[in-house]
Design a protein around this ligand. Sequence first.
Ligand code: CTP
Ligand SMILES: C[C@](O)(CO)[C@H](O)COP(=O)(O)O
Length: 233
Amino acid sequence: MSIIALLPAAGNGSRMGAAIPKQYLPLCGKTVVEHTVAALHAVPEIDLVAVVISADDTRWDELAWHGFERLLVLRCGGDTRAASVCNGLDALRAAGHDAQSWVLVHDAARPCIAPELVSGMISELADDPVGGILAVPVADTLKAADADRRIAATRPRDGLWQAQTPQMFRLQPLHDALVDGMGPDITDEASAIEKTGQSPKLIHGSPWNLKVTYPQDLHLASLILASATIDKD
Ligand SMILES: Nc1ccn([C@@H]2O[C@H](COP(=O)(O)OP(=O)(O)OP(=O)(O)O)[C@@H](O)[C@H]2O)c(=O)n1
Ligand SMILES: C[C@](O)(CO)[C@H](O)COP(=O)(O)O
């Protein structure tokens, strides 16, 4: 049974407000997506790194991908992240990948993921009947805002976690959950699985595994990657 990383990379990055999709923005000498692909490709347990890009993506082919012998590009991005993931799962099944293959869906916009964190996740979930996600417990006090951006209420944070990626589920069950549950409330793979009545496992992630969403996130990601390089030296 193979273990596949599936990277949705077909977004427009509207919240970043850049002239190009954020996955192609420069970060520490490469592009965001190159860092993410390199990190997942460095996980020894992963047999294939499949990247979902838009059918009209013109930037992917400008990058140098030699040396990534387990890399597959799927030009089947959809109108939403969930649609891109679903299309990618369809393509993997059509290519003959086993329905029970483990698939780790990871945002291309999370370039600081540590390969050892992914290996630990794979080991912890290897025999899990459902699958699970990387996440971090909420550490800040949570406030609900009113229309005037004033505090309307304080929300209890006990037991709350912030979901990250990878999110690891079996190929066909994840595909079917996404197809059956597709809607604006499905912002990650786990929410589709939860809709089927199953409870994915929470695996401790890292605050460094941030999603590059706004301009300040790119600066933070560069500091994280630079410090990771220093730690390795
Ligand atoms: N139709 C989409 C939308 C998003 N994604 C991918 O899903 C990941 C997380 O989504 P998000 O951070 O929301 O990226 P964007 O949709 O590009 O950003 P925004 O919502 O600000 O437009 C990103 O790697 C993005 O490329 C995708 O593959 N297909
Ligand atoms: C999947 C995710 O990264 C988990 O936190 C998040 O839901 C993606 O949200 P986005 O609005 O598509 O970036």
